[in-house]
Design a protein around this ligand. Sequence first.
Ligand SMILES: [Mg+2]
Length: 364
Amino acid sequence: MSTRCSPTQPCSLGSHDGSQHGGRAHGAAMTASGVTEPDQAEPDQAEPDQAEPDQAEPREAAPPMAGLRRPDRLFDGYALDLDGTVYLGDALLPGAAATVRRIRRSGSRLVFLTNNPLRSAASYAARLSSLGIPAAEADVVTPLGVLTGYLRRRHPGGAVLTVAEPLVDETLAAAGITVTSEPAAAGVVVVSFDRTFSYPKLLLAYRAVRHFGAAIVGTNPDPFCPTPDGGWPDCGAMLAAVEACTETRAEAIMGKPGEHMAAELLRRLAAPPGGTAIVGDRLSTDVSMSRSLGMTSVLVLSGATTPRDLAGSPVQPDYVIEGIGQLLPAGQLLPAGQPDGTAATPASTTASSPANTPATGSLR
Ligand SMILES: [Mg+2]
């Protein structure tokens, strides 16, 4: 199954951070309809899972770039962006699985973070697991998970009219939130990345907001989803249409770098922000969010941001590395409380498990 944006498949691995992965994405093939579709990924590009965590120093393919600053410490918690950071397209990036294993064995907390509203957290967890990084639903923070919590708090009992694909309706309904197609009944219009966006949908949203005073909530701010064939219009585009015709701004947008996803991230990490790090490939989302939260930022150059982008940006990260394989300090990482490292506790796959209790690992 394709895992990027297409008219029929979720953009499951899109970073939704509004940028192309220049020159790094897989190729694309032209379909009979003239729409380009991404090639299937080569499965052997995924990092082998057999590598021992402490033997799996990242592959060093080229001389280090100037301006890199590798973290010199282990953090109590890590928030890892997905596309462009952990994987690109259908393949893990070098060192990703080994780095995640080492973080977990150290006792540090770990969550994955994405702006993509087209898949559920459970679906992302399954995807990560299939790529060689065992993960559970609770390990992944997505806009849809944040959305249900927001609607319950801010609009309890309110019915929602959606400009979205079926997953959004299903997610809301599963959370006990009423979904309606009647503008007069809607207290909120939820706008998401919708590849079935249409004038009739826009008209219903217009009427709900303009005629009946419904609030607008967006799932994520991204204007387009990066794909090998140039990207697909994302939630930001649908949101702009609804805002334009209603002359009403969205009251909230769920994804990075907004406050709502930030709050959920801190809740999942359950560690003081000063001891945690966000690792991502985008300055405007990942690094900006870390700034607003007081977390340390680690920019990877394996995704959307090039060295030139970084040089010209007013937003500067605390650390810059070529890829996730350089995230941890150089040297042998030992599990916290196990000075000889001979009896490491098996890594957990859930944020709520004892093995993810905040702790500080040691280095030698
Ligand atoms: Mg990304």
